[in-house]
Design a binder for this molecule. Structure first.
Ligand code: NAD
Length: 246
């Protein structure tokens, strides 16, 4: 059951922003970082794999971890949560989708103009100049090297301690400041600067909705609406409620 004030806020909104985290892709079978520490990877923490320092110290290990995660992403499909966001996009006069995910599932579901704050795991770039590299020779000892300059290739993702892509971050900040409704889906709200976006929306008077089975730092805020549950169940219910009341 979606609370009536949530439906009213969405019906009256001129600009809706949704921010997604790895929780929305959990039901597509893509593990969050914590869940991805299984099997042979259980002995490493994300900080030992998803940092520039880790890549410098153990490039083969980091490349192989990403290669494994890339196979998970390629085998996955968007779920009901991703598709519900496509519906919500069509229902709002203006809709901005911001994601911390690197799996590309929003675009595959049909969302348009997604702001990818943390890059995309399916893109590979030269570690020196960040130029996208489409094809390379897989060496016996990974990582492969850039065909142009012979430096290591790496996934086009933002590692802990790296800068976010400026254009996407600025667009996300501007949308958070201007929106009437902000929906935070499947994100723990711990990883900044993305975690600051709902706070910007709150400061500017937006209605903030959290979709998450668990508590997050945002859910204790007195004006935040917490829709407790999995994104693949809650987001379709939200889109249904909005359509039913039109
Ligand atoms: P996160 O900040 O994205 O937290 C995941 C949140 O999802 C938690 O609050 C959890 O309670 C919630 N959740 C779990 N299942 C859910 C469901 N079915 N529906 C709704 N919410 C659910 O934390 P993280 O996983 O540590 O990720 C940190 C960063 O790592 C991300 O921001 C991203 O850049 C990267 N990452 C991306 C992917 C991906 O692209 N799918 C996967 C893992 C990590």
């Amino acid at each position: 059951m979606i609370p009536p004030p949530v439906i009213a806020a969405l019906r009256g909104a001129r600009h809706v922003v949704a921010l997604t985290g790895s929780g929305i892709s959990a039901e597509s079978g893509i593990p969050t970082f914590r869940e991805a520490q299984t099997g042979i990877w259980a002995q490493f923490r994300p900080e030992e794999l998803a940092t520039p320092e880790a890549f410098a110290a153990a490039p083969a290990r980091v490349w192989e971890w990403y290669a494994w995660r890339r196979t998970l992403v390629q085998a996955a499909a968007p779920n009901a949560g991703h598709f519900a966001l496509v519906r919500l996009e069509t229902l709002a006069p203006r809709f901005t989708l911001v994601t911390q995910n690197v799996d590309g599932l929003h675009a595959r579901a049909g969302s348009t103009a997604v702001l990818e704050l943390h890059g995309n795991i399916l893109r590979t770039v030269c570690s020196k100049d960040r130029q996208v590299v489409e094809s390379w020779t897989e060496p016996a000892q990974p990582p492969p090297r850039c065909p142009a300059c012979d430096m290591f290739l790496r996934p086009d993702v933002v590692w802990f301690g790296e800068m976010l892509p400026m254009r996407q971050l600025e667009a996300a900040m501007a949308a958070a400041a201007a929106c009437d409704v902000f929906i935070a889906v499947g994100t723990s709200g711990l990883v900044y600067p993305a975690a600051g976006l709902p706070l910007v929306a709150l400061d500017n008077g937006a209605t903030v909705i959290v979709v998450n089975p668990d508590e997050t730092p945002l859910t204790s805020h007195p004006t935040v609406h917490h829709l407790r549950g999995a994104a693949a169940a809650v987001l379709p219910a939200l889109a249904d409620a909005l359509t039913a009341t039109r």
